[in-house]
Design a protein. Structure first.
Length: 417
């Protein structure tokens, strides 16, 4: 490395691409894998299913369906990231999503509330659930496994009681129903792609400039530009595919554009990435997840942090429930049940969130959600039975947990914690 003097008069080492690559490979050897296994798995699964069913799997219609299919589980997984970062778990997330979805549907149909009011009420119900769960864990001292297992059982009964004798409540047409069904117009799809790409580029360049100015360790500008170019290529290619005509009979109804679920997931991804990566609250979450006792001695309000992560988790669970209801167009006793919780936890763990706490990012849950969606979608297209799909997903989850455990052991052995 060469050295240079920053505008502030600080002498710092100038990073090089070769040095950055060496450092990255050293981190991998030291057990810091991040989302690399999930990304490689996603690419491999895409190639396998694409080779087996090329005309169907790689079609624009199936590509759009993957986003809608993954939306609910991915948003629940994004919330689970917060509790997993503290080494906790929320087993009630699936049926909590169903309860919040039922609150939404009942307020719309039985009480005639406007859709924005019902939407806010469902999200508030999720936050309230998280507040109760977090209080029982942090203040009463009941293990999260026990608390959320009890809630898992209780929320099944709550959902049945809310639905009553009808056992199914349909939601009316409108904004909520369009969230996980409809698509943006083509023009707005390209505008969204341009804004997302430009926003990411500006954020990366400003971060590079700020770190360079103050003499902090940073990536080479070549790596930064490569990352920006890679994202731009990915976003623009996906937008080009999604703006193709997907309708079976376009003369009757045209269907093209980016699914509305994409900016919804993207918005939450940006929000929670900023919260965890750029705020003192996010630093406190990682600190408590890494060492609760040291955090307490440092003056971090550990109990408050523990309660707050359950609130965030259940809030996102409610958002995921809304997406599930939007896709189905109704709520029934199975909403949020079946494999919803398992897929959400699997998405977080497969994406690279450590079950031991203190390591992971929200983007990892999104990548894991994509893996889960590709597995389910690809095996369905290949006409595998439900039993086989469950077995395969379970094996993938076990492998991901094993990789996490081995990576932590490797990191401990090399001192890279």
């Amino acid at each position: 490395m060469t050295t240079f003097e920053t505008p502030g008069g600080v002498t710092a080492a100038k990073p090089t691409v070769a040095g950055h690559v060496r450092d990255y490979l050293a981190r991998i050897r030291g057990g810091d894998l991040g989302a690399l296994p999930a990304v490689l798995g996603l690419v491999l699964l895409t190639l396998i299913f694409g080779s087996a069913e090329p005309e169907t799997f790689f079609s624009a219609g199936n590509f759009a369906n993957l986003f809608n299919q993954a939306a609910g589980v991915t948003m629940i997984a994004m919330g689970l990231v917060f509790v997993l970062l503290l080494g906790e778990i929320d087993l009630s997330a699936g049926y909590a999503a169903g309860v919040c979805g039922a609150v939404l549907a009942i307020l719309l149909t039985d009480f005639g509330y406007p859709q924005p009011v019902a939407l806010v009420a469902a999200l508030a119900a999720g936050a309230a659930i998280g507040l109760v769960l977090g209080f029982l864990v942090a203040k009463i001292g009941i293990p999260s496994f026990v608390v959320t297992l009890a809630a898992f059982l209780a929320f099944q009964g709550v959902l049945l009681n809310l639905l009553g004798e009808s056992q199914i409540v349909s939601i009316p047409d409108g904004f909520i129903k369009s969230l996980n069904k409809d698509s943006l117009p083509v023009t707005w799809s390209w505008i969204l792609a341009g804004v997302a790409t430009a926003g990411y580029a500006v954020a990366q360049l400003l971060r590079f400039r700020a770190r360079t100015r103050y003499g902090l360790v940073t990536e080479p500008i070549g790596i930064v530009l490569f990352r920006i170019a890679g994202l731009a290529a990915l976003v623009l290619t996906a937008t080009a595919v999604l703006t193709q005509e997907r309708a079976i009979n376009p003369d009757v109804t045209s269907l093209k554009g980016v699914p509305i679920a994409v900016p919804v997931i993207g918005g939450f991804l940006v929000l929670w990435t900023f919260v965890l990566g750029r705020t003192s609250y996010g630093r406190h979450v990682y600190a408590v997840g890494g060492n609760p006792e040291a955090s307490r001695r440092a003056g971090i309000p550990v109990d408050r942090i523990r309660i707050s992560v359950f609130v965030v988790c259940s809030f996102m669970t409610a958002a995921g429930g809304i997406m599930l209801v939007s896709r189905a167009g109704s709520v029934d006793p199975g909403t949020g049940g079946s494999s919803t919780l398992l897929n959400a936890v699997g998405a977080a763990v497969i994406g690279g969130i450590s079950l031991f706490g203190g390591k992971g990012k929200v983007i990892h849950a999104v990548i894991g959600g994509a893996v889960i969606a590709v597995i389910d979608n690809g095996m369905y297209l290949m006409d595998f039975s439900s039993g086989t799909r469950y077995i395969f997903t379970g094996v993938i989850l076990l492998v991901a947990a094993g990789v996490d455990a081995l990576a932590r052991r490797r990191a401990a052995a090399t001192g890279n914690r």
